[in-house]
Design a protein around this ligand. Structure first.
Ligand code: HEC
Length: 127
């Protein structure tokens, strides 16, 4: 193979790997747009006050229903787990399915891509 060909192959493979991993991890910019749906009720800023919903800064790795100054539903208070990416994705697909009596009035994100992008964005806001 000629050196130019090898370089082209290398570049192509490099791009392919990058594009695939960007897809798998979610797109931060697109996720930011998705978060607009949550923003009415949630802040992602550290130490920001609760709005209609609790502050979501650092939600991944946090125990459920423990944001200070927010009055959670009994449904959430009665549950005990640490939010993981997986749990968050399940919840956000259809909140009422996970917690029948949650106070969060949100139909859910049906598209897997939207959920992946959203989580990527939420993670990117952690300092
Ligand atoms: C209309 C307001 C509203 C919208 C829109 C909304 N939420 Fe919520 N969210 C709430 C409320 C209220 C709660 C508290 C639920 C409870 O106590 O049952 C909550 C709880 C949560 C929790 C659990 C927090 C904790 O401390 O355990 C997560 C995670 C969450 N919301 C994520 C999201 C995401 C992500 C979106 C956008 C895709 C979103 N929410 C959209 C109102 C909203």
């Amino acid at each position: 193979m000629k050196p130019l060909k090898i370089t082209l192959y290398a570049v192509t493979i490099f791009l392919m790997i990058n594009l695939t991993s960007a897809h798998a991890d979610g797109d931060v910019k697109k996720g930011k747009r998705i978060f607009k749906k949550c923003k009415v009720c949630h802040s992602l800023k550290k130490d920001a006050k609760a709005k209609i919903g609790p502050n979501l800064y650092g939600i991944i790795g946090r125990k459920i229903a423990t944001s200070a100054g927010f009055k959670y539903s009994k449904a959430m208070l009665a549950t005990d787990f640490i939010w993981t990416e997986e749990q968050l994705k399940i919840f956000i697909t259809k909140p009422k399915k996970m917690f029948k009596r949650t106070k969060m009035i949100f139909p859910g994100l049906k598209k897997k891509k939207d959920r992946d992008n959203l989580i990527a964005y939420m993670k990117s806001t952690i300092k």
